[in-house]
Each structure stands twice: as structure tokens, then as C-alpha cells.
Ligand binder design. Structure first.
Ligand code: PLP
Length: 476
């Protein structure tokens, strides 16, 4: 038996190559600022550099790792560069990377409590910790009627919320019979596109997702929501779901959740609050006002994988009534039956999400929270907000530029007063230079530049440099 042929990596080889990979990652972070932030690869360039056929014989590990450097890095946009200000961040950190590595090492598939009790129980515990850390409503605790679960993304969380809302509204009949085209959902015209996708997938239909108009701060107008709901009732339709956003993707607008919640309460509509990036700010008591009204929500999500130093993917999704979610998503085939499930004393997270299988994501959250402590997380979030506010001040003081939206937290929307072409060219030149990476949106029909301060390693020096570079390019 001992002489059986194997192609596997031995534990000793794994140890050696593993050390090399960790060294590589540490070196990568040390030199990350020497790369152009936005990859300069042309379409097809990376594929063209790869062999057409897979290797018939295995290759030595150092050769594989060397090819990461040679073939892959040119096609990488450096999301972990401190000069990354594009989109919303997808930040990582040492403890998260190591937690994720351990998750891979354990290779656990945590679909049921029984398939790895620690995977489920650590997750429940982390999600409860986060309720306290963010000052979320107590009803989201696992010890109350609700509870939290880690989803891959905010898109999945919103989809699960839509599905549970659909079932609650139809007394769990649409799971059996499908939808009849009468259910209507609402969100603002500034909400993330995942709501549209969710409405498609959940069988609601895009035509039945109302995009409610926004005010001058790009936040949903509650009176417009109320009018539209009334109109739909009069037309014989069935309003059932509202998604409010705390920190919209375009401009970080904060919908008036208390007023929206009152309308939802009046008509018994499911209220989901999407705080994908900005939820993390609630770690700091002084930013918790952004969560006003959350105690009236049926569900809520935020992404530690955006701004809480936890590698993609990690979205925390909470419901006030876990029974509605579980009844919506639970299907129990014989091969998954087990004693623990039957006792009713355990959580099976497969019933809280779309896929069956799930990774041990709670490990990286646990590592992040324990490494930084609440104090460390608050420190970095406060700094990001302070630097974004400083940047906004510089914009205000430069006659060539203007702010395009309020700056409640760490996203600055601004533009050159010279018009769309100038802004487009400014952004293109900055991004081509490799010195920083920022992206755009359209606000009030005008091209607007977005600078989001949220990358783990961004410091005051980087933000100052970004502003200098923007000024230099604008002067050209
Ligand atoms: C407000 C908001 N919701 C949802 C999403 C989608 O996030 P995810 O990639 O986790 O689905 C984003 C992404 O930026 C977002 O800004």
C-alpha cells in the first residue's frame, strides 16, 4: 500500500510551497505601489500568453508560481493598492487572508450543522457579535426571532429577501404555483442593479419593480413611494417589498429609512435595507445615525468584503423573522436528513441561502474581528471618512471643481466644471497613468467622478497625492 503511486503534493512539499506563497503575497504587498493600479492588458492578451493545451505531465510548483508573476500580474488590477479609489473597495487584510487560507485548508463544506458544527456555530456567533458591534436591532440576534447568515454577496442577500417577502405576501403559495405577475416591488432609481436582477430571478419581473424618484441628495422620496404604492393598489396589483439603500452605489445617498418604514408598516410590505458598503460605518457610534429606522426593517445586509477588511466574499444578511426565510428556501431531500436537524436544536444554513454548499467564511471574519478589535476597526473607518472629508474640502476650495453630491461618509462625487468631455479625459488620463484608479457615474445627467476612500492601506499621504495628481492633470 505504502508504495502506491501518487501525484499529490506531500505535506512537506505543501509546507515548503506554502511558505513560498505566503512570502510572495507579503512581497506583493510591499511592492504593490510600483504597479499601475488599473491593469493595462488589452482584451485577449492574457489568454494569448497561456499555453493552448493543458500539461500532460504535472509541473514543478516554483514554475507555476513564477508564471503568476509573469503571466497573471500584468492582467491584474490592483484592488489592494492604496491608490485604488474606484467603485466601492473590495478590501483585504492580513488576518482575513490567513483566515481564508485556513478555510481552504480545512476544506469544510458547511451546508448543514452536522457537516461541521464549528462552521455553523462560529458563523452564528460572528453574526451576533456584529449585531452588537454595529448597534443593529436586537431582533437580528440568533437568540431572538431572527438571525444572521453569511451570503456570498449583497446581490444574493437582496434576492433572498425578495424571495422571503414574496412567500410571506402569498402565504407561501408562489413557491408552489409560481407568480401571477401581480406582485410589485419598490426601490429607488439609485438602488443597485442587483435589485433589478433579483426581481428577474425571483419571477417578479422587471416591469413590476418600481424605481422611485429621488430628491436632490439622490435619496428616495418617501411621498413618491407612498403615491406609487396607492396607485398600484388601485390598479389591482399587490405591493409586497421595498428595498431602501443606506449608501447608494453612485453617490452614497442614504434613503430616509424611518419614513419608508412607516409606509411599509402601514401596508405590511417587507422592508429590506441594503447597506452594502456603508453599513460598516456603523462600527463607529458617530455614524450610526445612517441606520436610523433599521429597527423597523424585515431584513438588512452589509458587506464586510467591501469596507471591513475581510476578503471577498462575505456579505452579512440579517432577518427579523428567520422562519419566513427558512420556510421559503428549505427543501429537504432524504440524503440530507440527519438527527441534529430533526431535533430542531441546530441551524442548517443551507436553508438561509440559494446554493446548498457553503464555505467556512466565518473564519476570516473571526480573524479580522479578533486581530483589529472593535477599536482597530473603528480607527481605520474613522480615518477613511476623515480623509474623504478632507478631499471634499479641497474640491470645494478649487474653483475648477465642484462637489456633485453630499459626502456623508467616505465617497466623494465631484466634477470639473468644464463639462463631460473634460471629466472623461481627466479620468482616462489619471487611470492610464497608473498612479491611481477612480471611476465615474452620472448624476443629474452629468458625468461625475467618484473617489472612494476605503482601501485597507490607504493613508493621508495617498489621498493627498491623489488630489495633487488630479490638480496636475486638470492644469494640462
Ligand atoms: C448598495 C449596493 N448594493 C449591492 C451591491 C452589490 O454588491 P455585491 O457585489 O456584494 O453583490 C453594491 C456593490 O457595489 C452596492 O453598492
Amino acid at each position: 500500500m505504502g508504495s502506491e503511486k501518487t501525484f499529490h503534493m506531500t505535506p512537506e512539499e505543501f509546507r515548503r510551497h506554502g511558505h513560498a506563497v505566503v512570502d510572495w503575497i507579503a512581497d506583493y504587498y510591499a511592492r504593490i505601489e510600483s504597479y499601475p493600479v488599473l491593469s493595462r492588458a488589452e482584451p485577449g492578451q492574457i489568454r494569448a500568453s497561456l499555453p493552448a493545451d493543458p500539461p500532460a505531465k504535472g509541473e514543478p510548483f516554483p514554475a507555476i508560481l513564477a508564471d503568476v508573476e509573469k503571466l497573471i500580474l500584468p492582467g491584474v488590477t490592483h484592488w489592494q493598492s492604496p491608490n485604488f479609489y474606484a467603485y466601492f473597495p473590495s478590501n483585504a487584510s492580513g488576518p482575513a487572508i490567513l483566515g481564508d487560507l485556513l478555510s481552504s485548508g480545512l476544506g469544510v463544506q458547511g451546508m448543514l450543522w452536522a457537516t461541521s458544527p464549528a462552521c455553523t456555530e462560529l458563523e452564528t456567533h460572528m453574526l451576533d457579535w456584529l449585531v452588537h458591534m454595529l448597534g443593529l436591532p436586537q431582533k437580528f440576534l440568533s437568540t431572538s426571532s431572527g438571525g444572521g447568515v453569511i451570503q456570498d454577496t449583497a446581490s444574493s442577500a437582496s434576492l433572498c429577501a425578495l424571495l422571503a417577502a414574496r412567500e410571506r405576501a402569498t402565504n407561501f403559495a408562489s413557491n408552489q404555483r409560481g407568480c401571477d405577475g401581480k406582485l410589485v416591488a419598490y426601490t429607488s432609481s439609485q438602488a443597485h442593479s442587483s435589485l433589478e436582477k433579483g426581481a428577474q430571478i425571483a419571477g417578479i419581473g422587471r416591469n413590476n419593480l418600481r424605481l422611485i424618484e429621488v430628491d436632490e441628495t439622490f435619496a428616495m422620496r418617501p411621498e413618491a413611494l407612498a403615491r406609487r404604492v396607492e396607485q398600484d393598489y388601485r390598479a389591482g396589483l399587490v405591493p409586497f417589498f421595498v428595498c431602501a439603500t443606506v449608501g447608494t452605489t453612485s453617490s452614497n445617498a442614504i434613503d430616509p429609512v424611518p419614513a419608508i418604514a412607516r409606509i411599509c408598516g402601514e401596508h405590511k410590505l417587507w422592508l429590506h435595507v441594503d447597506a452594502a458598503m456603508s453599513g460598516t460605518a456603523a462600527l463607529c457610534p458617530e455614524f450610526r445615525h445612517t441606520h436610523a429606522g433599521l429597527e423597523l426593517a424585515d431584513s438588512y445586509c452589509f458587506n464586510p468584503h467591501k469596507w471591513m477588511f475581510t476578503n471577498f466574499d462575505c456579505d452579512c444578511f440579517y432577518v427579523a423573522d428567520r422562519k419566513a426565510l427558512i420556510q421559503t428556501l428549505s427543501v429537504l431531500p432524504e440524503y440530507l436528513r440527519n438527527k441534529a436537524t430533526e431535533t430542531g436544536a441546530v441551524i442548517d444554513y443551507r436553508d438561509w441561502q440559494i446554493p446548498l454548499g457553503r464555505r467556512f467564511r466565518a473564519l476570516k471574519l473571526w480573524f479580522v474581528i479578533r486581530h483589529y478589535g472593535v477599536e482597530g476597526l473603528q480607527h481605520h473607518i474613522r480615518q477613511h471618512v476623515a480623509w474623504a472629508q478632507k478631499f471634499a474640502d479641497w474640491v470645494r476650495k478649487d474653483d475648477r471643481f465642484e462637489l456633485a453630491a453630499p459626502v456623508p461618509l467616505n465617497l466623494v462625487c465631484f466634477r470639473h466644471r468644464g463639462g463631460d468631455e473634460i471629466n472623461q479625459s481627466l479620468m482616462d488620463r489619471l487611470n492610464r497613468s497608473g498612479d491611481l484608479y477612480l471611476t465615474h457615474t452620472r448624476l443629474n445627467e452629468r458625468l461625475t467622478l467618484r473617489l472612494c476612500v476605503g482601501q485597507t492601506n490607504t493613508t493621508a499621504r495617498h489621498v493627498e497625492k491623489a488630489w495633487k495628481r488630479i490638480q496636475q492633470e486638470a492644469a494640462k
